[in-house]
Design a protein around this ligand. Structure first.
Ligand SMILES: [Fe+2]
Length: 269
């Protein structure tokens, strides 16, 4: 979520200098609520005249918030949401009924063992689709003055297919790539076709049988040109991750939470 720190001339002396969230990425209407959404934070509820009512936690069932691009099923009216964070569980998903009530409280996506940036999702009749590019929050690097986001193409990109009924998550993998937004998704493959493709493409699309988490290492030589992370920094194509080793990123995560939270608010798209 982006944000800024207003002065006394804007908000008066009592609130001057305090950080203000800016849910300025998307606005959705669902369950009789108009919600302004930030990157991965609690939405703000609005009136039809765009006055701010306050934070929306869905009766306290989704306290950590959601990202800016939830998806509504046009057939059922159900809204699927997800949220990423800097501490475990790093990635969760939830479901809201057409009346706005919570059908599924935040549920951890398995096999996500460090904070990862995920901006958008897709929705099919059966699945939430989350694309996990190897773009990790690197708090230790940020505290050294570097980029808060580390691009680690050797990890490849993973795609989580999360059954809306709560069944086991399926994973697919590919060469590393980044995408801000997903245009669409559909459930057209049968299980047989999915497995067949996975076994005949040498792993360019992976299945759950041999790699439940979908995580694998892609040879560095095949690393594609890198993306421009939302922080605005760039990395040479094929260059190593360049950030802090994964173990160190984890070790420093807890002690730097406050700083990271503030910095994370600057990431958006
Ligand atoms: Fe966006």
């Amino acid at each position: 979520m982006t944000g800024y720190t207003p002065g006394a001339e804007e908000v008066g002396p009592s609130l001057a200098g305090t950080f203000k969230d800016m849910p300025d990425i998307n606005v959705v209407r669902h369950g009789g609520k108009l919600l302004a959404l930030g990157e991965s934070a609690t939405p703000f509820r609005l009136t039809p005249e765009l006055a701010t009512c306050g934070r929306e936690t869905f009766d306290g069932t989704i306290p950590a918030g959601i990202t800016a691009h939830p998806k509504v099923d046009p057939r059922t009216g159900e809204m699927a949401v997800f949220c990423y964070g800097l501490e475990p569980p790093y990635l969760t998903w939830s479901l809201l009924g057409p009346d706005g009530s919570t059908r599924r409280t935040p549920t951890a996506v398995p096999d996500v063992d460090e904070p990862v940036m995920v901006h958008d999702m897709a929705l099919t009749e059966r699945f939430l689709v989350l694309v996990l590019a190897p773009l990790y929050f690197d708090i230790a690097a940020a505290m050294r003055g570097g980029s808060m986001l580390a691009w680690c193409p050797d990890d490849g990109t993973r795609v989580a297919l999360i059954p809306r009924d709560g069944g086991p998550v399926r994973w697919a993998t590919s060469e590393a790539y980044w995408s801000w937004h997903n245009a669409n998704a559909c459930s057209s493959w049968t299980r047989r076709r999915w497995s067949s493709r996975a076994s005949t493409t040498g792993g360019s699309v992976g299945a759950t049988a041999s790699s439940p988490s979908g995580r694998r290492r892609v040879p560095s030589a095949s690393c594609p040109a890198t993306t421009t992370p939302c922080c605005g920094s760039t990395r040479r194509p094929g260059a190593p991750c360049g950030g802090t080793p994964r173990s160190s990123r984890s070790a420093s995560r807890a002690s730097s939470r406050a700083r990271a939270t503030t910095t994370a608010r600057t990431a958006g798209g």
